[in-house]
Design a protein around this ligand. Structure first.
Ligand SMILES: [Zn+2]
Ligand SMILES: [Zn+2]
Ligand SMILES: [Zn+2]
Ligand SMILES: [Zn+2]
Ligand SMILES: [Zn+2]
Length: 486
């Protein structure tokens, strides 16, 4: 504040100067800026009169704000009321535009309306807070008469206007730093415009691919062309120009060979093409619905924008609901195909099971066959083994027999082939040591010559193998030859 008022007080010297030598009205205005003398006089008179009446009014309401309001609401009228005089173009260059009064297209400057102030220019403005003068604006005379006690606070109107402009600029700058509500229209519109373009491009690409796929699916090389051409060639020739082969084929033609071929081609084509056409029709209809549903689903009401705090629970819930709704729709749409797939899989599973069962049964049969073969083989081997054993046995027997026969020639005891009735059955015959003779038992030995002697150990011989051996039993004990016992 102090600095500013000091700065403003720089105007003081010029004010003082003006005080000593009051500025006189401009003497030589350029001719092109001038109206005719009578017009100017008339205009001046008019504005002077109205200015006087308005100054009286302003004097009654000295508050600055009311003056400002008045000048803002009707600036044109105020300017016209002020007493003024024409200014030259050269002078105009140094004047602030707000200090120039425009009357009938002429540039005028304000002059003092007070009597005895000699229409001096209104050059000064008083910024003293408690100024009691009837007008803060004034000429050099006013300065002396009404503001002399605070003349340091008076500055030139031009300076005031410049300072006001500077302050207004600062004011505007400060105002510009207040955060503004951003206009998102352009940004959002651009986004949607680009999105529309992208979607359009994508749709065109999809359309192109679909068309191409369908055309590929329906591609068909007509088979009848070749045969039609051949018949055409035959029918276009003079009979006597034809080769023998051509004549032969012509005869075949009237006999119906080509008709049969064409009939076959017709049937094949119908079979193939009608299936193809039906398939394409079916797939295309399904595809249409799929794409339409897909797009409308993606662009449904859930795409409206929700302004929730991204960190909040509500936002997370909103997002989850968004995706769940999508998931629900996807589930609903995929349900029939899921079922279809499950059914087909179940059928496949059953077929596979049946196949496995058949394989299992087949394996069982084969296993049984194998087992039987193994069994047969074993039996065969067993038979062979038995055969061998029998042969061995027979050989052994014959060997034994020959051995026995050999022994028999020198055998020292009586030969028994049967047991006696008196004792427990066995296959050996005891040798009584009393007479060194063999008897089946003591009874058979008898008591005629001498009584039989019973002793331990005792000798035996085997009725079969004729072997003689010593056993640790009494002579009359029935003992079997272990080798020959069966
Ligand atoms: Zn004055
Ligand atoms: Zn004053
Ligand atoms: Zn004896
Ligand atoms: Zn006996
Ligand atoms: Zn024996």
């Amino acid at each position: 504040m102090k600095k500013q008022s000091a700065k403003y007080s720089k105007t003081e010297p010029s004010a003082r100067r003006s005080n000593k030598s009051p500025t006189s009205p401009s003497g030589n205005p350029k001719p092109e800026d001038m109206l005719t003398q009578s017009q100017v006089n008339q205009e001046l008179l008019k504005t002077q009169q109205s200015f006087r009446s308005s100054t009286g009014h302003q004097g009654q309401t000295p508050s600055i704000s009311s003056k400002v309001t008045q000048s803002v609401t009707s600036p044109g009228r105020n300017m016209q009321k002020r007493p003024s005089q024409i200014i030259s173009k050269q002078q105009l260059q140094n004047m602030h535009e707000r200090s120039v009064i425009k009357v009938l297209g002429m540039n005028m400057e304000a002059v003092c309306p007070k009597k005895n102030h000699e229409k001096n220019k209104m050059l000064y403005i008083c910024q003293y807070g408690d100024c009691k003068a009837d007008n803060r604006l004034g000429c050099s005379y006013c300065l002396v008469e009404s503001h002399n006690d605070h003349s340091q606070q008076v500055m030139e109107v031009q300076t005031f206007c410049k300072i006001f402009d500077d302050r207004k600029k600062q004011f505007k700058n400060l105002s510009d730093t207040i955060l503004q509500v951003p206009d998102k229209t352009a940004q959002v519109s651009l986004f949607f415009e680009q999105l529309r373009d992208q979607i359009m491009d994508r749709l065109k690409q999809i359309e192109k691919n679909i068309l191409q796929s369908i055309q590929e699916q329906l591609a068909w090389k007509p088979l009848q062309k070749e045969i039609l051409y051949r018949v055409e060639v035959l029918s276009s020739k003079l009979i006597f120009d034809m080769t023998q082969d051509e004549l032969k084929e012509s005869l075949e033609f009237i006999q119906g060979k080509h008709f049969k071929e064409l009939e076959y081609i017709k049937q094949e084509t119908n079979n193939y093409l009608s299936q193809k056409i039906a398939l394409v029709e079916h797939i295309w209809n399904d595809y249409k619905i799929q794409l339409e549903t897909d797009i409308t689903q993606q662009l449904n009401d859930y795409n409206k924008v929700m302004f929730l705090d991204p960190q909040s629970k509500e936002f997370a819930e909103y997002k989850m609901q968004f995706f769940q709704q999508k998931q629900l729709k996807v589930n609903e749409l995929s349900q029939p195909f899921h079922q279809q797939l499950e059914m087909l899989k179940e059928e496949e599973r059953k077929v596979e099971e049946k196949k496995q069962e058949e394989i299992r049964i087949q394996q069982q049969i084969e296993q049984r066959k194998k087992e039987e073969e193994v069994k047969k083989e074993k039996e065969r081997q067993k038979q062979v083994q038995e055969q061998i054993l029998k042969q061995k046995e027979a050989q052994k027997n014959s060997e034994r027999q020959s051995e026995r026969d050999k022994l028999l020639k020198t055998f020292p005891y009586k030969l028994y082939t049967e047991d006696c009735q008196h004792r427990t059955k066995c296959n050996t015959i005891p040798i009584f040591s009393c007479c060194n003779k063999a008897y089946p038992c003591s009874q058979c030995h008898g008591f005629v010559a001498h009584p039989p002697r019973i002793q331990v150990p005792s000798y035996r011989y085997c009725m079969k193998c004729l072997e003689i051996y010593l056993v640790m039993y009494p002579t009359n004990q029935a003992i079997n030859c272990l080798k020959c016992q069966k």
